[in-house]
Design a protein. Structure first.
Length: 768
């Protein structure tokens, strides 16, 4: 086989794959369509509900005889030293190659939602914190670091980013999302994809599509969203990440939409994704998603039928381990029940990707390094910058922050002295190490308490836990109140504990009935406020919580969304004033625990009005965030206001730092469409720019608006730009409007396609 055309790197990839396919048996082809989860437990522990019955033992030598498509999470299943793990993976790959006729290794994939989910690897802030930073360039830089670490150990594919748009923050996986706005999710997500793909790692967009729109905010619940919501809210981030990021893989979601599971939907996985958008990569299953077509959705009567349905829809690879695409599929093809052409279509896509990755070449196996550092100084520096840029100062009405360096501080709360308070569900310590209590964390994670003591060495700092994150016990309240009464200021450090399937208050399968703080933390905060000592609320959470109960009663409020291993110093830096807070809310903070809808993307009847006694107006709006300095917006200029439905408009503003310290302002551009043929969100984000300025410094921020950005799905389900009046609103949040430009679009209704303009280009010039 060494001289066969498919081994020749000088030939086009398509020609190589065609030659290889012509030589493969049916068993060899199907073997390329599934993964194997090495080391997965079969006793029902450490895996998700419903999956434990699908994690079985297998004969490794027999399994790899015909080759293997994927290796599932060789580093993310159990603690393994990075260097030893890389050597073990290389040995496994050689064994796979030697077992088959063609010498082709598997494609190894890992989770990398908030960093490489491996022992001793950097735990970066979660995606919701990326959204809070409004800093795609920094997210792209982080992704490059993650990609290089994955490549170093021999991994080829990363299962990230999550591009679900938050529709109900009670959903447990909000921490994994970038926010509640499709433009923010798409632009930040595309940046992550660019960074990961630039290192040669295959980025996998998930969950395609509609997963976060589940009924009742329950994990994997049916989706009742209409086709217009899917087209205008759910799908745009995926388009942006594919077109601008160049993602080479997409993961089919667990959910059903209007009765059709995503894994069984050819309209989604083939017609839209491939025929309309031109995607040429691989579609992979979410873990056990193909089997779920049989066991959960019940649109297939057997494993073989589930395989047939999924392949027909366009789902190429079964993950995490062989269930339906193995013997059941092989037998069904041989019996004439499944066309072999479906196998060939999927295998061709898999082999083309392996060819791109160099896995069809004779020299595919580089020797792994003997020393590997997955938590380098450079990694930690990126983690620190992103954590600092993502902390949101919600309120500081009396200027109690920054704290005085020699003040008496009572630190109270269950999140203050716990390193895991910094980490989301898909960090290795939260995701895997809970099953290995005797194994050390593997990375240094300073707590808020430790970081504050280091930040303010002259302050007198006392600590009381007060209560647990979710336990109802209030026995610790007395000590917490006593410590607070002795202090000049109390820091109430409250929030979530990330976990899986009910083992936490945030994370996969940890959905909330409402948006009250978990456990008795609300009651603890009430007790602290009742002392009369100024209370600064510090939240370390995976979702927003309702804070209206304490409106006007808190001295200040700080929000951090699981800020990663450097989150403690980042939060302490904001409290001390070393860091000027610059994060902005990627999700609205509600006033009351109930009263849906919470997302700001609402048409007029979704907003407050006299027809209902329930007021969904948030306490803090999407895009909100305060600073320790002040900014003025001036000299707003625009071009001709009468433009065609195919035209563009330039809007420029000067932003000046009028305070006495360096800071960052986030200039946001929103679209308001007063009259349209279907109801539209009252406002929606269409552009933003983060601007860092020294005291007295100014810069000109320019937005290039194309009318494609006003497009929406009309009554006939065409995406159109309609003539009429539009408003472009320069704003510091979705409700804090600084200037409005009124445009008049003239000409006919224009239908736009998948090649439409998706981004509002921005430019910063200055200082001015």
């Amino acid at each position: 086989m060494t001289t066969a055309p498919w081994r020749d790197p000088a030939l086009p990839a398509a020609a190589r794959v065609d030659d290889l396919l012509s030589r493969m048996t049916l068993a060899e082809k199907t073997a390329q369509l599934y993964g194997v989860w090495v080391g997965a437990r079969t006793d029902g522990n450490g895996v998700a509900p419903l999956q434990r019955e699908m994690t079985a033992d297998y004969d490794w030598d027999e399994l790899i005889t015909h080759g293997l498509g994927q290796l599932t999470r060789p580093f993310g299943t159990a603690p393994v030293d990075p260097a030893l793990g890389a050597q073990a993976l290389a040995r496994a790959q050689r064994r796979i190659a030697e077992a088959g006729r063609f010498g082709i290794p598997a494609l190894a994939h890992e989770e990398c939602l908030a960093g490489f989910t491996a022992w001793q690897a950097t735990a970066y802030p979660v995606p919701l914190a990326w959204g809070a930073s409004f800093d795609p360039a920094l997210v792209e830089e982080m992704a490059r670091h993650i990609g290089r670490d994955l490549r170093t150990v021999g991994v080829h594919q990363g299962l990230a980013p999550v591009l679900d748009v938050v529709r109900d923050p009670r959903w447990g996986r909000v921490e994994e999302t970038i926010g509640e706005d499709p433009y923010l999710v798409g632009t930040v997500g595309a940046a992550y994809v660019r960074g990961l793909e630039s290192t040669g790692i295959v980025a996998t967009l998930k969950h395609f599509a509609g997963y976060a729109s589940s009924a009742g905010a329950r994990n994997q619940a049916p989706v009742r969203a209409g086709v217009r919501e899917l087209a205008d809210v759910t799908l745009p981030p995926f388009e942006l990440a594919l077109r601008e990021g160049g993602a080479r893989s997409v993961m089919a979601a667990y959910n059903e939409t209007d009765g059709v599971p995503a894994s069984a939907d050819p309209g989604l996985l083939t017609q839209l994704l491939r025929e309309e958008w031109g995607f040429t990569g691989t579609v992979v299953a979410d873990y056990f998603g193909i089997r779920f077509l049989h066991t959960q959705h019940r649109v297939a009567g057997s494993k073989a039928e589930a395989a047939h349905v999924a392949l027909t829809a366009g789902l190429d690879v079964e993950l995490p381990t062989v269930e339906c695409y193995g013997k059941p599929l092989l037998d069904a093809v041989q019996a004439g029940e499944v066309p072999e052409a479906l196998i060939d279509r999927a295998v061709r896509r898999v082999l083309l990707q392996k060819c791109e990755l160099g896995l069809l070449d004779a020299d595919w196996a580089p020797e792994p390094p003997t020393r590997i550092d997955l938590d380098s100084t450079a990694n930690r520096a990126i983690a620190r910058r992103l954590a600092e840029g993502s902390v949101v100062l919600l309120d500081n009405p009396d200027g109690i922050l920054p704290l005085s360096p020699d003040t008496r501080i009572a630190v109270v709360g269950p999140r203050a002295a716990d390193a895991l308070a910094m980490l989301g569900c898909y960090s290795f310590p939260s995701h895997v190490l809970t099953e290995h209590p005797d194994i050390p964390m593997g990375i240094e994670i300073p707590t808020v308490l430790q970081a504050l003591r280091a930040e303010l060495p002259d302050a007198k700092v006392t600590f009381a836990e007060g209560c647990d994150t979710s336990d109802p016990d209030t026995a610790g309240f007395e000590e917490a109140v006593a410590r607070t009464s002795e202090a000049d200021v109390c820091l109430a450090v409250l929030g979530d504990r990330a976990g899986l399937f009910g083992r936490g208050t945030s994370g996969e399968g940890c959905d909330a009935t409402d948006l009250r703080l978990p456990g008795v933390q609300s009651e603890l905060l009430d007790a602290l406020v009742a002392t009369g000592v100024p209370v600064v609320l510090v939240l370390l959470t995976g979702r927003p919580y309702a804070l209206g109960r304490w409106q006007g009663r808190l001295a200040a409020a700080v929000q951090a969304f699981f800020p990663g291993e450097e989150g403690g110093p980042a939060v302490a830096g904001v409290l001390s004033g070393r860091v000027n807070p610059s994060g902005r809310l990627p999700v609205s903070v509600p006033r009351v625990p109930g009263g849906q809808p919470w997302t700001y993307l609402q048409p007029p009847l979704g907003l407050a009005g006299e027809v209902s006694n329930l007021d969904p107006t948030p306490l803090y709006a999407f895009g909100h965030g305060r600073s320790y300095t002040t900014f003025t917006w001036e000299n707003v200029e625009g071009t001709e206001e009468n433009i065609g439905t195919e035209g563009s408009y330039d809007l420029t503003v000067t932003v000046r730092n009028t305070g006495d310290r360096e800071g960052a302002e986030v200039v946001q551009l929103y679209l308001h469409d007063p009259v349209a043929s279907v109801t539209r969100p009252d406002v929606r984000l269409i552009g933003y720019q983060r601007v860092e300025l020294a005291p007295g410094e100014a810069a000109r921020v320019s937005f290039h608006f194309h009318t494609d950005l006003s497009a929406f799905t009309d009554r006939s389900l065409r995406r159109v730009v309609e003539p009429g009046i539009l408003e472009l609103r320069l704003a510091a949040s979705s409700t804090d409007v600084r200037h409005t430009a009124r445009l008049n679009l003239t000409g006919p209704v224009r239908v736009v396609g998948p090649d439409r303009v998706l981004r509002c280009e921005t430019e910063v010039s200055g200082p001015a």
